[in-house]
Design a protein around this ligand. Structure first.
Ligand code: KG4
Ligand code: ZN
Length: 347
């Protein structure tokens, strides 16, 4: 059994976790920065980096203490090496490098998106490759075919804003506070999703991608019109996002099926291996109840199992980084100590 220490610091959550390759989350500690960023209505990178510096080592020591372990007990040290706010990523990665050097442990540089992409396998042992992943967070909105550890095929991405960004901007426009996603979801509960006519960019088109910028502008116009409550705007906005996510995901499932049936004609075995085993959602926006419910319905309609990690594993955390580290470690993938921190790093 391997024990991995994981560190996350790419945005506004500082976290440390100890996870085994047998899926035991031995310890997890997390510190948010809501109080620091709330006065600004969004994450301020410089403030975030300083807060990571202060929070990280106590969290690492706390996680080790919770587990009754020392650094010597860890088999490897995994940290987010990007993409993200570069100051924060550097804090986490440099800390992991120092610990790896001091304790003579291998370093595993984890792509934050890979952390989200593999997190469903931590919570659901039966989830096998390949699966179709809708990765929806504050910085990303992608459909990925997850074929194995380190084997990700991007089928679609956003051509402008990420879904979480649209939630955050809507919350700001409506004065609902920060962080935006949970605030919009709360307001939407007492609103009418059909009240405000809002666009569904790219829905029904052959284009595989996502687009949310037009929706965000329409929310601004609806607010300025002064005809609707913020609850009705929130509910209508959330429904528009749901419709976009479901339509794009359905399109991707169908596109992969068409591709696989073409493969079948050529090579039966290849197609059997390649059939999608499940529809999976991950990333912070996957914490949204309406989105989870409609994706679950889509999976049922398509005859696929639906897998969504528990809410706390959807938003940024260190258990998913430790787990991605465990999967990479098992595959013999470790990284040199001069691995760079990267603000941009496509999967
Ligand atoms: O994955 P994550 O924690 O950080 C990134 O890697 O971006 O995702 C954060 C995003 C934010 O945009 C936040 O507003 C959104 O996830 N989010 C939600 C909900 N909870 C968090 N969006 C919609 N509904 C929620 N309940
Ligand atoms: Zn994230």
């Amino acid at each position: 059994m391997a024990l991995i220490l994981g560190i996350e610091s790419s945005c506004d959550e500082t976290a440390a976790a100890l996870v085994t390759d047998t899926r035991e989350i031995v310890a997890h500690r997390l510190a948010g920065q809501e109080a620091e960023h709330t006065p600004y209505g969004g994450v301020v990178p410089e403030i975030a980096a300083r807060a990571h510096v202060e929070a990280l080592m106590p969290l690492v020591e706390g996680a080790l203490a919770d587990a009754g372990k020392s650094l010597d007990d860890a088999d490897a040290i995994a940290a987010t090496a990007g993409p993200g706010l570069i100051g924060g990523v550097m804090v986490g990665l440099v800390t992991a490098k120092a610990l790896a050097l001091a304790a003579h442990k291998p370093l595993i540089a984890v792509n934050h998106l890979e952390g989200h992409a593999l997190s469903p396998r931590l919570a659901s042992p039966d989830l096998k490759f390949p699966y179709l992943l809708l990765l929806v967070s504050g910085g990303h909105c992608q459909l990925l075919l997850v074929e194995g550890v380190g084997r990700y095929r991007r089928l679609a991405t956003t051509i402008d804003d990420a879904a979480g960004e649209a939630f955050d901007k809507t919350a700001k426009l409506l004065g609902l506070g920060f962080p935006g996603g949970p605030a919009v979801e709360r307001a939407a509960r007492s609103g009418d999703p059909k009240a405000v006519p809002l666009p569904r960019p790219l829905v029904g088109t052959a284009d595989p991608h996502f687009s949310f910028a037009g929706l965000k502008s329409a929310v601004g116009r609806a607010r300025d019109a002064g005809r609707w409550s913020s609850e009705d705007i929130s509910a209508s906005f959330q429904q528009a996002v749901v419709d976009c996510l479901v339509d794009r995901t359905r399109r991707a499932i169908e596109a992969v099926r068409v591709e696989r049936s073409r493969d079948t004609l050529l090579d039966c075995a290849r197609s059997e291996r390649g059939a999608i085993r499940a529809l999976v959602v991950a990333g912070g926006v996957a914490a949204n109840g309406a989105i989870r419910t409609s994706l679950q319905q889509l999976a049922a309609e398509q005859g696929l199992p639906f897998v969504a990690p528990p809410l706390w594993l959807c938003t940024d955390n260190a258990a998913m980084i430790a787990w991605a580290g465990a999967e990479r470690f098992a595959a013999g993938l470790t990284d040199p100590l001069d691995t760079p921190a990267r603000a941009r790093w496509p999967l």
